[in-house]
Design a protein around this ligand. Structure first.
Ligand code: HPA
Length: 268
């Protein structure tokens, strides 16, 4: 077992979380809903990367939500911080090593659909890796040829949508297109994204999905829409807007996730 996994096991004691959740920009509030929380800063875990993005406090928080043990990771490290698409590899490998079977990825994203406004939640049903990078470049084993046909687990997606429906919370589902960032897209890029079949655009998640599938974890993912894509409204985009708008959809996503946990949606 890696030193990272050893350290996490030591800090978790007898806890056996069923799912780990990566929280996107401005979605850190989910952590507040946890009971019996243990906070482990990324900086304390050997081998974990450190994030410098504002709105991304780097920590692992273990606790109970919806009657289940969960692990929340706030402060993912992005490709655009280091130019390394595999920057989250040690984290995801450690999650596998401590027995996590499901990775729930969340992000803040821009919508390319006029009918999917800020505040919406979009369940990701597929992705387009537009950045050209891949976290498995340099991996020598044949395991690098990871199948991506059902990368976003159909059973988990159905359970997430059912939990939303039970709460009367409308959710969208669609394709997430990964741009490297950190600059936002141009209006022409947003028109291109729409033409190519994207519903939302963002700067994360795809490398983690690829790594999680490489390590054999199931993946479920959701975007919180913080804005319409560049050029769709005439307003300039900003990270401030992302951080301000994320909690609206984030609170709805938190309720849906809690419901899914209560109903045993991640068990077994
Ligand atoms: N583009 C890319 N990433 C984002 C956006 C966007 O419009 N909004 C929030 N994250």
């Amino acid at each position: 077992m890696s030193p990272s996994a050893d350290y996490l096991r030591f800090r978790l004691g007898t806890r056996r979380p069923v799912v780990a959740m990566v929280l996107g920009s401005g979605l850190g509030a989910l952590v507040e809903g946890l009971s019996e929380a243990v906070r482990i800063p990324f900086a304390e875990v050997p081998g974990f990367p450190e994030s410098g993005v504002s709105g991304h406090a780097g920590q692992v928080v273990a606790g109970r939500l919806g009657g289940r043990e969960v692990l929340l990771l706030s402060g993912r490290v992005h490709y655009y911080e280091k130019g390394n698409a595999a920057v989250m590899r040690p984290v995801i490998e450690a999650l596998k090593d401590i027995g996590i079977g499901t990775l729930f990825l969340t992000n803040s994203a821009g919508s390319v659909r006029a009918d999917m406004p800020a505040g919406s939640v979009m369940v990701i049903d597929d992705h387009i890796a537009f950045s050209g990078a891949n976290p498995l470049i340099g991996e020598a084993s044949d395991a690098r040829f990871v199948g991506m046909t059902a990368a976003y687990d159909p059973g988990l997606r159905a359970r997430l949508e059912a939990a939303a429906e039970a709460l009367g919370e409308p959710v969208f589902s669609g394709v997430y297109m990964w741009f490297s960032g950190p600059s936002f897209e141009t209006p022409a890029e947003i028109r291109m994204a729409k033409t190519l079949g994207a519903d939302a655009v963002g700067m994360s998640t795809v490398p983690e999905t690829i790594l999680a599938r490489f390590f054999g974890l199931k993946v479920v993912a959701a975007s919180v829409i913080t804005n319409l894509g560049a050029g769709m409204t005439g307003a300039e985009l900003s990270h401030e807007e992302t951080k301000t708008m994320a909690p609206t959809g984030g609170a709805r996503l938190a309720k849906i996730v809690e419901k899914m946990l209560e109903e045993g949606g991640f068990d077994g």
